[in-house]
Design a protein around this ligand. Structure first.
Ligand code: SAM
Length: 279
């Protein structure tokens, strides 16, 4: 059987292997082949790519990736889904040797058998931001990717300073990559139909803004600034710098206004403040 998965087959596989989609694992499966192809296209997957998919589920996106990429690595926590995937791939006449299944929690994976070049995933909603940041951090060979997330999360990932959605995930993501919106996805293409809207977020890696110790210091400043986002920076960062006067001096030395708020700052401002922290 060639082609991608359709709604009827998805339900048939799920019922045959005894999978009743759970909210806990964010199991909303894409039942529309055109959407899968659209996602793969917007991720700009090439013939020689080693694609990484987190949470392949029943394989809707996986098959669309196998149409284009050279190799596909998937990480799936649900053992029943992970075990069934090679059979689905074979039934759809793709070469199973091009598929590597890692049956694990994506939040604990530190290494992979192949170096992935592109990330494509319909992420489980409850862990989408940490998963995305983790993979950008741990797998520098990922040059770009597209992830499908809850629209509210997508708005936060692509937000600019001054917007109400701008926060710690927006700034942290820009340490590694340029983030942009790649459109929305209707609810009806999922089974079961979720009660939230979904959107696509695209990232394109750029050179990291500094070494690991600078990143850790910068992320501490970002976390502190947004933990109390209504506070002025000199107040929000006072604990980190050992007092409000010391925080004020450091922020000034970084060329930033101590009475401004985290929501007004871009990554380079946070980096300059973090540099003062290590002095
Ligand atoms: N990619 C499939 C699709 O688009 O139809 C399924 C997407 S579904 C939103 C999320 C998938 O991630 C499920 O298959 C779920 O079992 C899996 N998942 C949930 N938490 C996970 C984790 N911590 N690590 C790996 N996979 C996880």
């Amino acid at each position: 059987m060639s082609g991608l998965l359709g709604a009827a087959e998805i339900r048939e596989i799920a019922s045959r292997i005894g999978v009743n989609p759970t909210k806990k694992l964010g199991q909303n499966f894409v039942v529309d082949a055109n959407t899968c192809r659209r996602i793969v296209k917007s991720a700009d997957v090439h013939e020689g790519d080693i694609a990484l998919e987190i949470g392949p589920g029943l394989g809707s996106l996986t098959l669309a990736l196998l149409e284009v990429a050279q190799e596909v690595i998937v990480i799936e926590i649900d053992e029943r889904l992970a075990a069934e995937l090679p059979h689905t791939v074979q039934r759809h006449e793709f070469d199973t040797h091009r598929l590597t299944v890692v049956t694990q929690d994506a939040m604990v994976v530190d290494s992979l058998p192949l170096a992935p070049t592109v990330l494509v995933a319909n992420l489980p909603y409850n862990i989408s931001v940490p998963v995305l940041l983790r993979y950008m951090e741990k797998f520098p060979t990922l040059r770009s990717g597209v992830v499908m997330v809850q629209s509210e999360v997508a708005d936060r990932l692509v937000a600019s300073p001054g917007s109400k959605n701008y926060g710690s995930p927006s700034v942290k993501a820009t340490w590694w990559a340029d983030m942009s919106s790649a459109g929305t996805v209707g609810r009806s293409i999922f089974w079961p139909v979720p009660n939230v809207d979904s959107s696509l977020v695209r990232f394109v890696r750029h050179e990291a803004a500094g070494d690991e110790s600078l990143r850790l210091a910068t992320f501490m400043v970002i976390d502190a600034a947004f933990a109390q986002r209504r506070k002025m920076l000199r107040g929000a960062l006072s604990e980190l710098f050992g007092g409000s006067a010391a925080a004020s001096d450091a922020i000034l030395a970084a060329g930033v206004d101590p009475t401004s708020r985290g929501e007004a700052l871009l990554l380079p401002d946070f980096i300059k403040i973090a540099t003062q922290l290590s002095r």
